[in-house]
Design a protein around this ligand. Structure first.
Ligand code: NI
Length: 266
């Protein structure tokens, strides 16, 4: 038991579609933690890289050591913003051919900190969507305060995939669903001020929702502020079940099936 009195999903299987176990905050306990949460009902995890170097290599290494871990490889908009380096397409394509890779991610647009590299962010995001299409892979998209431009690029390039940690309006969510994409919901839905996200969860059919953590960030209530791990998805599922009038187990099952379908995992 990681936290005292923590509820577990067993015998059901949680699918965490968005995590960052390559993060340094897991150093020294990563392998033990991943083994432990596997025993608590976490059947599948997709680690999303933020760059094509240290982060990508670490995510691939984790998948080699843990059979329940899969990988998404991509250049995160914050990496584009802070490093301003052009996309190394050859390297990306080579990394995407690794056996644990199921998606291009984490990619997208982020206007929160600064927008000095807005044009470059657009270019790198658009190109990664095109490469995902060429290689028959879905995308995992990050959109922070960039809803309009993100939607525009997705409408233009039409990849399969999900919008992770969705923070937009009901209208935007339904546009994303119309594109055949999925809405990623994490611990934020359990927060007191999550009114907008609750409305999104009400409006989007359960067949189009994926569960995620964004671990080590965004732990659901009652563990808010603590380091997040995939077993805490149980609490996100519990909240979503309440919104949808379903059982927590049904929510865990259906969202895991959605993810298996999207990421082609058996
Ligand atoms: Ni993330």
């Amino acid at each position: 038991m990681l936290f005292e009195n923590q509820k577990t999903a067993l015998p059901y299987s949680i699918f965490d579609t968005h995590a960052h176990y390559d993060d340094e905050s897991f150093d020294g306990k990563r392998d033990e933690l991943l083994t432990e949460i596997g025993k608590m009902g976490v059947g599948y995890i997709i680690n999303n890289s933020t760059d094509l170097y240290r982060s990508a290599e670490k995510c691939l290494e984790i998948a080699k050591n843990h059979p329940n871990c899969y990988t998404a490889i991509g250049v995160h908009p914050e990496t584009v913003e802070t490093k301003g380096e052009p996309l190394d397409e050859e390297r990306l394509k080579a990394l995407l051919k690794q056996p644990s890779v199921v998606a291009v991610g984490e990619i997208g647009l982020d206007y929160y900190w600064s927008t000095e590299q807005k044009t470059l962010q657009h270019k790198v995001f658009r190109r990664q969507c095109e490469i995902a299409n060429e290689m028959g892979l879905p995308v995992i998209v990050h959109d922070r305060e960039a809803h309009g431009d993100t939607l525009e690029i997705l409408q233009e390039t039409r990849p399969k995939g999900s919008l992770h940690c969705f923070s937009g309006s009901v209208e935007t969510a339904l546009e994303i669903v119309k594109l055949g994409m999925y809405i990623g919901i994490g611990g934020v839905i359990t927060f007191k001020n999550a009114r907008k996200l609750v409305e999104v969860a009400e409006a989007v059919p359960i067949e189009r929702i994926l569960l995620e953590t964004d671990a080590p960030y965004l732990s659901p209530v009652p563990f808010r502020g603590k380091q997040c791990n995939s077993s805490l998805i149980y609490y996100t599922a519990e909240k979503l079940a309440e919104i949808k009038g379903m059982s927590t187990e049904e929510v865990i099952d259906i969202t895991a099936e959605n993810a298996k379908k999207l990421f082609k995992i058996k």
